[in-house]
Write a protein that binds this ligand. Structure first.
Ligand SMILES: Nc1ncnc2c1ncn2[C@@H]1O[C@H](COP(=O)(O)OP(=O)(O)OP(=O)(O)O)[C@@H](O)[C@H]1O
Length: 275
């Protein structure tokens, strides 16, 4: 569905994506990585907003480097940027309808029904006619999700969709994503739990390079034999438990009984925070 071959993206001298080769299958894929790993740079390339200097990208069989194919991709794209800000004087309804019009949804009655449907899907039906300028950060984020899915996109790219959402809204978002009609969806996040809940496939970027691709569960291997409970252990405390701190250590500690790692601990071990 999406394939990248030797993709390199630079900002001046800074290399944000380095020789990245990656295939993403149909369905939902998660993208994890610490700050500055290159996630937004990759998603912006997939959303056809910029062209990497080297390498090739194919999305749904189309090449975003060619203008007509880029246009064809934009017609089927739903995109939530990391820094999404709606026009403050537009109501939630007006803003999502405006995006729907830009996406070519021509029939007014059908379009309005769909706008109300997506606003209800993100829990904003009660404030549909309030100006977005007065929305909280979480409400703005939900409005961003609504505008990304209003056109039933075949290609859905969402950058940190759950940033600032409360736990109930995060769960609602997972249900929404699980029911997406998109042929391919890519979601970037820092919240490992969000990815494991919605994405059968996850990729981890570090310093612009692909460090892992596979199931979320497969990430646990990186922390295998490195998670213990005990206050006298040196390492990263990942959780406080009734019987002492749960610690991710740099190396296995022979003689001690290790705990089964979580996906988050696997990710932390891979990202180097456990060392
Ligand atoms: N417009 C830009 N000009 C110069 N450098 C940039 C620009 N955008 C991003 N970078 C740099 O490229 C690297 C990758 O940034 P990017 O925003 O893609 O990372 P990210 O994984 O999305 O990070 P975060 O999780 O903090 O959003 C970082 O080192 C960043 O400082």
């Amino acid at each position: 569905m999406i394939s990248l071959t030797n993709v390199t993206h630079r900002y001046g001298r800074h290399v944000a994506l380095r020789n990245l080769t990656l295939d993403l299958p149909a369905g939902v894929s998660g993208l994890l990585g610490p700050n500055g790993a290159g996630k937004t740079t990759l998603l912006r390339a997939l959303a056809t907003l910029h062209q990497p200097q080297d390498g090739e990208i194919r999305i749904l069989g189309l090449n975003p480097a060619r203008a007509p194919e880029r246009l064809a991709l934009r017609r089927v794209l739903g995109y939530l940027p990391q820094d999404f800000t709606p026009y403050p004087t537009f109501t939630a309804f007006e803003f999502v309808e405006y995006i729907a019009i830009l996406k070519g949804m021509k029939r007014p009655a059908e379009r309005r029904t769909r706008v109300l449907e997506v606003l209800a899907g993100v829990g904003l039906e009660g404030v549909a006619h309030r100006r977005a300028g007065g929305f909280s950060g979480g409400m703005r984020r939900r409005l961003g999700i609504a505008q990304a899915i209003v056109n039933r996109p075949e290609l859905l790219i969402v950058d940190e969709p759950t940033a600032g959402l409360d736990p109930a809204e995060r769960v609602r978002f997972r249900h929404l994503l699980a029911s997406t009609e998109a042929r391919v969806a890519v979601i970037s996040t820092h919240i490992v739990e969000d990815v494991t809940a919605v994405a059968p496939q996850v990729s981890v970027l570090l310093g612009g390079e692909l460090k892992y691709q596979g199931s979320p569960q497969g990430l646990t291997d990186y922390a295998q034999g490195r998670v213990y409970v005990g206050s006298d252990l040196s390492g990263t405390v990942v959780q406080l438990t009734d019987v002492g701190p749960r610690v991710l250590t740099a190396d296995p500690l022979p003689g001690l009984i290790a705990c089964a790692p979580t996906v988050e601990e696997g990710y932390l071990a891979l990202a180097g925070r456990g060392a």
